[in-house]
Design a protein around this ligand. Sequence first.
Ligand SMILES: [Zn+2]
Length: 154
Amino acid sequence: MPRTLPGRFGAVPGRCALEQVVEHQDIEALPEDLGERIDAWEGDEDDLDEDAVLYRSDLSTAPGWKAGGFARWHGTGPAAVTCSCSREMDPVLTVASQEWDHGSRSWIPLEDRLTADAMDANIPTQVTVGRWGSRHVFACPADASHAPRLSFQG
Ligand SMILES: [Zn+2]
């Protein structure tokens, strides 16, 4: 059950477990022809049933807190994050306001499925970033001493 621990400057995140998942690049960051093939594979949105598996919501970037993986660019669209040494930086941490939402329920951990509809079940950390957005931290792949960069997706 989520809990919030009192801290000197407010609350600190509740304790959570990490699990490994497989995710794929945000569709907006894929080559255009591949994105079009995925769109064709998904079919017409109006013809889908509610259990349909969609690349964007079920197979692409996992919502919620994560270490590594791919950035979700739902707020701004894809953007290159470049280090001062000119290398493209890697997402190393995502702090998210929700672990899942109505459109990303396939990412609910198996152990949380029975309680997934309980109030605030999708915010076990009790952390909200901006107005229910997420914060990505990027790091240089060549030199960890290079300054990290941040991205906010609202
Ligand atoms: Zn660098």
